[in-house]
Design a protein around this ligand. Structure first.
Ligand SMILES: N[C@@H](CCC(=O)N[C@@H](CS)C(=O)NCC(=O)O)C(=O)O
Length: 210
């Protein structure tokens, strides 16, 4: 398998964490996503992934998979141990709820193509930073409330890390980098503190942008 990714990408970080939890070591190709020469917008990469986003995973059979959650579910079905979704039906639904609350409702408001476009239409750098903080704050406050209502164990959805924790961890790291201390969300802070103890998480978070 081969992973196309950028070390700063939180969506790619999700897949790196999933691979590490499964004990899978795959070839990695760096696809830089920042600046005017970003490789993800070049025709060679768009041939692979028409969305021009990382991550993408080339399987051993030569199939190119995109979208981090689809890749994680593929890995989980293909390499079932340890499972990345809980065994209990309701917990499984909750893990997906939190994963999507982050991957579908917070993260899409923040990547370079969004912030670069805000800059292009004249939004000032400090206002773009506030845009990012705003959507992270709104999103993680809702996740904290979801945890208050439904958290069933030490992690988001049970006593083992799941796809939900895999989505939460990189988003939480980026929240801190954006100037939002996690202690305003005590349940998230507690889960993330536990995740930091797990090398698969600690070693595969998103790198800082510079
Ligand atoms: N929903 C996608 C999101 C992928 C995505 O937005 N990736 C970002 C990096 S975290 C990216 O490639 N951005 C390129 C850009 O913004 O130009 C997934 O989960 O894989």
């Amino acid at each position: 398998m081969k992973l196309f990714q950028d070390k700063i990408s939180s969506a790619a970080s999700r897949v790196r964490i999933a691979l590490a939890l499964k004990g899978l070591d795959v070839e990695r190709e760096a696809i830089g996503i920042l600046g005017p020469d970003a490789l993800n917008r070049k025709p060679e990469y768009l041939q692979l992934n028409p969305q021009g986003l990382v991550p993408a995973l080339l399987t051993d059979e030569g199939v190119l998979l995109t979208q981090s959650l689809a890749i994680i579910e593929y890995l989980d079905e293909r390499y079932p141990e340890p499972p990345l979704l809980p065994g209990k039906l309701e917990d499984r639904a909750f893990a997906r709820t939190v994963a999507l609350a982050i991957a579908a409702d917070i993260h899409p408001l923040l990547p370079p193509r969004v912030t670069a476009h805000l800059g292009m239409i004249g939004v000032k750098a400090e206002d773009i930073a506030e845009w990012s903080r705003h959507w992270i704050r709104v999103g993680l406050t809702a996740v904290e409330e979801l945890l208050a209502r439904r958290q069933t164990g030490q992690y988001v959805a049970g006593d083992a890390p799941s796809m939900a924790d895999i989505c939460l961890f990189p988003q939480a790291i980026n929240a801190e980098r954006a100037g939002l201390p996690l202690d305003q969300w005590p349940r998230i802070a507690a889960v993330v503190a536990r995740l930091r103890e797990i090398p698969a998480f600690a070693d595969n978070g998103p790198a800082p942008r510079s």
